[in-house]
Design a protein around this ligand. Structure first.
Ligand SMILES: [Zn+2]
Length: 495
């Protein structure tokens, strides 16, 4: 039988504010010393009063606006009561009845499908527990206690593992563009829970829902759904019933496993937090946040495609690298335009764009092999020392045939190592092109006499021999002979 898959996601995102949600403690996920960034408020001491972090509210609203949500004009925090060792207050401050946002959507790039978002709210994170191997105790760290957390719940609109993966990837990208969160799943900055059910294709009502937790990478989101689709289909195929339960994900074995079966529905006894004032979101406040929303990944994708015909996703998912690409392309177009006295267009422009794209990819590869770093990280660490102007000059040299591709590669490595201007590098290393006809004529004559057979073959109509001989001339001049000139002289001498 054929089955339909239904997937909904619940995603927790740690906001990258400087301080925590309700106190002034540092929000630092990199802190190695346990229980360092703590105070009476985030440790839940009785009588301590929380204060709302305005930046956290602003960041959630920023994300809400980017996701096309309806922002609540009035919202408030509530206490969600439960006991757990990592929650010393005995309740988590969250939002239930009045979330900051309802009814947004995210469009999956490439598919053109809109996934509806049911709600987004703001809450605080809990502390974290560690269970050392073979120890009969657990350790607790409150550095994460009360870190601002945004929770996003989708409608069950996703229908495959691929769609869920694309949703998580695009959301991650949006959050990074907005500077709302690092959204790094490996670091726990973005945590995804999957709700998945299967039903026969002709059945209207949803099948039994299974929840998957402990997913710490986008790959595990995709793999766990693929696994569940297979597992649940096999159960249904046998005429058995899927058990409603929470399952964990085993990353190495790539399987889900039962964690706990359906419990009584929790009654968290939500009630409005008496120590915090309600939030009133005013129109001018919203307008101000809206004015600071940068170009979003989908808009950039669209613009790059329209303006440059550029489809490479790498320049979207690595925004700083993409910015560098664009600066280079515009520097170069302007330059060539001003030198030739007319704007470049059509095929010629496409050639320039392709050169910038190819050499940008090459540049990323050189950075990886020389510095063992990603270009994006290098820029973010403010250690990238090549200007778009120098890079454009470098590509112009290739465009004008002033350097061969072999020399280009050498120049690029030097640029990465030293950050020097390409013309200085060429000058200092004596890599200028040889355009002295006498010198090339000499090299051509030597190549012809050393390869008499190939020269004979060419005269007898074998075109490939010409390319071979030209390659020999280039090798003899160490890649420095002007290719067009070398080709002309070779042709002349052969005839
Ligand atoms: Zn604190």
């Amino acid at each position: 039988m054929k089955y339909k898959t239904t997937v909904g996601l619940e995603i927790h995102i740690e906001l990258n504010t400087k301080s925590k949600m309700f106190c002034g403690c540092l929000n630092d996920s990199e802190e190695k010393q346990p229980n360092k960034n703590v105070c009476g408020v985030c440790l839940g001491h009785p009588g301590m009063l929380p204060v709302i972090n305005e930046k956290a509210v602003e960041k959630v609203i920023k994300a809400d606006l980017a996701l096309g949500c309806d922002i609540a004009t009035e919202s408030f925090f509530e206490r969600k009561n439960y006991f757990y060792p990592d929650l010393p207050k005995g309740y988590q401050i969250s939002q239930y009845q009045a979330p900051l946002c309802r009814e947004g959507f995210l469009e999956l790039s490439g598919v053109g499908k809109k996934i509806r978002i049911e709600r987004i709210h703001l809450e605080e994170d809990t502390g974290s527990l560690a269970h050392p191997d073979k120890a009969n105790y657990s350790l607790i760290n409150f550095n994460r206690s009360s870190v601002p957390l945004m929770e996003l719940v989708t409608q069950p609109d996703l229908e495959s593992a691929t769609e869920a993966r694309e949703f998580a990837k695009e959301l991650q990208l949006i959050l990074r563009y907005l500077d709302v969160s690092g959204a790094n799943m490996e670091k726990g900055e973005m945590r995804v829970e999957v709700n998945i059910s299967l039903r026969p294709e002709n059945q209207k009502e949803f099948g039994t829902k299974v929840e998957i937790k402990n997913l710490n990478s986008i790959r595990s989101v995709e793999k766990s759904i693929e696994f569940e689709i297979k597992r649940q289909a096999e159960i249904l195929e046998k005429g058995e019933k899927v058990v409603q339960e929470t399952r964990g994900w085993h990353d190495a074995k790539e399987i889900t496993f039962s964690q706990r079966s359906k419990e009584e529905a929790h009654d968290y006894r939500y009630f409005p937090e008496p120590d915090l004032p309600p939030l009133e979101i005013k129109a001018d406040y919203l307008e101000e946040i809206k004015a600071h929303i940068p170009e979003l990944p989908s808009q950039k994708r669209e613009r790059f495609k329209k303006e440059y015909g550029l489809q490479e996703e790498i320049f979207i998912i690595k925004p700083k690298t993409g910015d560098f690409w664009e600066q280079t392309a515009s520097e170069l177009s302007e330059w060539i335009g001003s030198e030739t006295g007319k704007a470049i267009k059509g095929e010629e422009r496409k050639r320039v764009i392709d050169l910038v794209t190819n050499y940008s990819v090459e540049l990323q590869g050189v950075i990886r092999s020389v510095l063992n770093m990603e270009m994006e990280d290098l820029i973010l660490a403010e250690k990238f020392n090549i200007t778009a102007e120098d890079f454009a000059e470098f590509i112009k040299m290739i465009y004008l045939g002033q350097i061969s591709s072999k020399i280009a590669k050498m120049v690029l490595i030097e640029m990465v190592k030293t950050g020097q201007d390409p013309s200085d590098i060429i000058e200092a290393n004596g890599w200028q092109m040889v355009s002295d006809e006498g010198e090339i004529e000499k090299a051509v004559a030597e190549v012809i006499s050393a390869n008499a057979k190939a020269a004979e073959d060419f005269k007898n109509g074998k075109q490939a021999s010409f390319q071979f001989l030209l390659g020999q001339v280039m090798a003899k001049t160490h890649g420095k002979a002007k290719p067009e000139l070398a080709s002309q002289i070779l042709k002349k001498q052969l005839s």
